[in-house]
Ligand binder design. Structure first.
Ligand code: NAD
Ligand code: DAU
Length: 343
């Protein structure tokens, strides 16, 4: 089988490629990535000499390029990870989120339809369901929870999901969608909470916590997400949505304090800063469908996953020091300087 993995130079797509290249030597993996600020070929460097792996540089929203690529390569399966993925950036510049996440998805769907792809899988997010109240810990997102988005990022992901389901109903394109909770693990770009906190704590810098740090996220180790997607593309039912999560809800403050404890750094590094506009309160996934229909269960607990993650950041300083270039420093300055001074 030939599998197109888009966004494979990013965090989850990169981890997915490591998993797939190792576990399926008989399948061919093609990694298509635009190499935006979040894409990094160092993430997949150790795959370069593998016979079942290849990299292609390009934009999922470039219709001519994508059509030619599909015509030439004759993919069996498409797994679309490529996206603008950071909520805070979508507050500053929504347009690129529509371009990549919505229009890019539509181009991939058209190419999949034209060239008879056997399975198109859309990597979506639990953020399409909006948020849950902090004081209703009995409520969870199921696949039937209505779409109800908060940020330009989540709205763009929801738009893409609706297109995917429309191509199933209207054109009978064999699609599946997965909606996962927050991931953490190796190779995550340090704009996201966990790697940002690990790196800043290592450098004894102030740790920005939005609002009161009471918002809740449902954390999953990235390899558990990758295993779930692999199961869905092989055994999932066409036209279906699958929620992925491991019942691991934590407040942001709990997560930050855990990182500090493991790194033996003081809590005095914490700074409460101006909240994210439209900040979702709580995410919590009900993964019953994945468990019952596909026999999936997470293999990592938060303790084992965080231990692995922190060890990875400690022994891969070169990887994260290289991504902290001029663009990154400008982003951090624009995003946090004013916030840190205000409170
Ligand atoms: P990421 O930002 O780390 O990586 C995104 C990758 O997509 C980068 O390599 C980037 O270069 C590439 N890309 C961006 N625009 C592109 C384009 N136009 N054409 C080709 N490639 C392009 O993101 P991530 O955290 O790995 O997320 C991957 C996917 O998983 C996204 O679709 C995201 O919505 C979804 N998701 C993420 C999480 C999470 O916690 N990070 C949870 C659930 C779902
Ligand atoms: O739920 C899945 C989603 O998880 C994915 O779809 C997104 O691509 C991914 O970025 C992630 O979104 P979040 O907004 O939840 O992740 P982030 O790491 O940006 O923030 C996690 C929480 O931590 C959130 O409540 C905001 C807070 N936060 C974040 C940063 C970067 C802070 O308090 N301080 C920070 O500096």
């Amino acid at each position: 089988m030939k599998i197109l993995v888009t966004g494979g130079a990013g965090f989850i797509g990169g981890n997915f490629l490591h998993y797939m290249v190792q576990n399926y030597p008989q399948d061919q993996m093609v990694n298509l990535d635009l190499l935006t600020y979040a894409g990094n070929l160092e993430t997949v460097k150790s795959l370069e000499d593998k016979p079942n792996y290849r990299f292609v540089h390009g934009d999922i929203a470039d219709r001519d390029f994508i059509m030619k690529l599909f015509e030439k390569e004759k993919f069996d399966i498409v797994v679309n990870f490529a996206a603008e993925s950071h909520v805070d950036r979508s507050v500053i510049n929504p347009e690129i989120f529509i371009q990549t996440n919505v229009l890019g998805t539509q181009v991939l769907l058209d190419a999949s339809k034209t060239y008879g792809i056997k399975r198109y899988h859309q990597v979506s997010t639990d953020e399409v369901y909006g948020d849950l109240p902090l004081n209703r810990t009995d409520l969870f997102f199921t696949e039937e929870t209505p779409i109800h988005t908060s940020s330009p990022y989540s709205a763009s992901k929801a738009g893409a999901d609706l297109l995917v389901l429309a191509y199933y109903r209207t054109f009978k394109l064999p699609v599946t969608i997965s909606r996962c909770s927050n991931n953490y693990g190796p190779y995550q770009f340090p704009e996201k909470l966990i790697p940002l906190i690990i790196i800043r704590a290592l450098e004894n810098q102030r740790l920005p916590i939005y609002g009161k740090g009471e918002n809740v996220r449902d954390w999953l180790y990235v390899t558990d997400h990758c295993r779930a997607i692999d199961l869905i593309i092989r055994k999932g039912k066409e036209g279906e949505v699958y929620n992925i999560g491991g019942h691991n809800e934590k407040t942001n403050l709990e997560v930050v304090k855990m990182v500090l404890k493991i790194l033996e750094k003081p809590e005095s590094l914490i700074r409460y800063v101006t909240d994210r506009p439209g900040h979702d309160l709580r995410y919590a996934i009900d993964p019953t469908k994945m468990e019952r229909e596909l026999g999936w269960k997470p293999e990592y607990t938060f303790d084992t996953g965080m231990d692995k993650t922190i060890k990875w950041y400690l022994s891969n300083k070169e990887w994260w020091q290289r991504v902290m270039n001029g663009e990154y420093r400008n982003y951090i300055k624009n995003m946090y300087d004013k916030r840190l001074i205000e409170r």
